[in-house]
Design a protein around this ligand. Structure first.
Ligand SMILES: Nc1ncnc2c1ncn2[C@@H]1O[C@H](COP(=O)(O)OP(=O)(O)OP(=O)(O)O)[C@@H](O)[C@H]1O
Length: 295
């Protein structure tokens, strides 16, 4: 089956000559239909550059991006992006309903259909009663809900999210994360979400793609072995969550200056052999200490 999103050998270099800066390179991955893939990487590694290439906002220097088999060379109509900075992405002079309907106008959607879709999308994000308000009359979390409703109203095949919850407080962030999980299950959405927050990537993702330092390439592609139904308290306390969070943190923090080759994930047998070697070394050390104190 053709994957929803296919990124092949992507490289992007800003500028040219001595001032040239390669932001991403050797990037190859796929996102299947209905999947929520999270991308996590060090600050400034090239996450937004990757998202901009996928959204067709910048033309990559090399490689291709395909959406359900079609190469992207400009922003596809069935792709929507939610940015971190909701205050700059919403128009203050338009009502909430006007903001949600705005991209539908340029897509030639009829007025009646726009009304229907904006009402539905606002209901999905719990803002049915706020259509006539203006963004500046809403809290930060509510404004970000409007951004999400605006993206969903476009009925995108692929929803791209660039650090969507980074500008809200911790409690609102949890609420918005759960909102995203609920909405994507209800609508079988395909989502690619960029975050610098390791816990968020594991909590939300079906997969976590870990990027290297700049220029970004893929260090690991980890499946998230957690139930589809997640809960902010029990999921975050679960053994699998804690183990995966540790693995992502290690991959992010133990990187060489520039990683070009993907790091292979150890097999369970290799992991237990390493654990056995570690325990044996600990025991040996304890034996030596006890010999020294008795001898
Ligand atoms: N328009 C541009 N011109 C030149 N260099 C750029 C441009 N945009 C980004 N860069 C550089 O490319 C690199 C990657 O930037 P990018 O914004 O993609 O990283 P990021 O991982 O999203 O960063 P952050 O974690 O801060 O959100 C950075 O070194 C940045 O300075």
């Amino acid at each position: 089956m053709t994957p929803m999103l296919e990124v092949a050998d992507l490289r992007h270099t800003y500028g040219s000559g001595p001032a040239a800066h390669t932001a991403v390179q050797n990037l190859t991955f796929e996102v299947a239909t209905g999947e929520l893939a999270c991308i996590v990487g060090p600050s400034g590694c090239g996450k937004s550059t990757l998202l901009r290439c996928i959204a067709g906002l910048i033309k990559p220097s090399e490689g291709t991006v395909s959406l359900h088999g079609d190469k992207i060379d400009r922003t596809p109509e069935d792709l929507a992006v939610v940015f971190q900075d909701y205050s700059r992405s919403l128009f203050p002079w338009l009502s909430v309903r006007g903001n949600v309907e705005f991209p539908l106008r340029s897509r030639g959607v009829s007025r009646a259909e726009r009304r229907k879709r904006s009402a539905e999308a606002l209901e999905w994000v719990g803002l049915s009663g706020a259509g006539a308000k203006y963004p500046w009359q809403l809290s930060g979390g509510m404004q970000q809900r409007v951004s999400i409703a605006r993206a969903l109203a476009c009925q995108p095949s692929l929803l791209l999210m660039d650090e969507p919850f980074a500008s809200v407080d911790a409690q609102t962030r949890f609420e918005l994360e759960d909102l995203l999980l609920r909405v994507r299950h209800e609508h079988s959405s395909t989502v690619l979400l960029v975050t610098h927050d390791i816990d968020e990537s594991v909590y939300l993702g079906d997969r976590v793609l870990v990027l290297s330092k700049s220029p970004a390439s893929i260090v690991a592609d980890l499946p998230v072995d957690l139930p589809a139904q997640r809960d902010q308290i029990t999921t975050r306390e679960s053994k699998n969550f804690v183990a995966l969070r540790g693995e992502v943190a290690r991959l992010l923090h133990n990187q060489p200056a520039v990683a070009h080759e993907p790091v292979k994930r150890p097999t369970p047998a290799e992991e237990s052999a390493a654990a056995a070697r570690f325990l044996e070394a600990e025991r040996e050390q304890a034996r030596r200490k006890s010999d020294a104190s008795t001898g």
